[in-house]
Design a protein around this ligand. Sequence first.
Ligand code: SF4
Ligand code: SF4
Length: 96
Amino acid sequence: MEKKLNWKELSVGDILEGGSSLKFKTGNWRIKRPVHIPEKCINCFICWISCPDDAIIVDPEKGKWSNFNYDYCKGCGICAYECPKKAIEMKEEVEK
Ligand code: SF4
Ligand code: SF4
């Protein structure tokens, strides 16, 4: 079995295998979560373009906003800030 290294054992500038970020569900860092308000949304996708974690899913068939990928959304709030229609609100994560 492959030995897992801790961060102190990694060399400076170490390179990890490609695609490894998919293995880490970074959404568990979140203290606030974005909540979509469909009746306000005009499907402009500014939130989708703005999300640094590619955590907004659009439905290409319908051309509509679809969902958040909460496995990777870190709760930065950029999508809510950039939305021109205030169709995303940031809520406390404890309100799951
Ligand atoms: S809160 Fe941040 S990480 Fe989460 S969907 Fe919005 S922009 Fe992306
Ligand atoms: S930025 Fe706002 S209005 Fe535009 S798609 Fe996202 S949630 Fe909808």
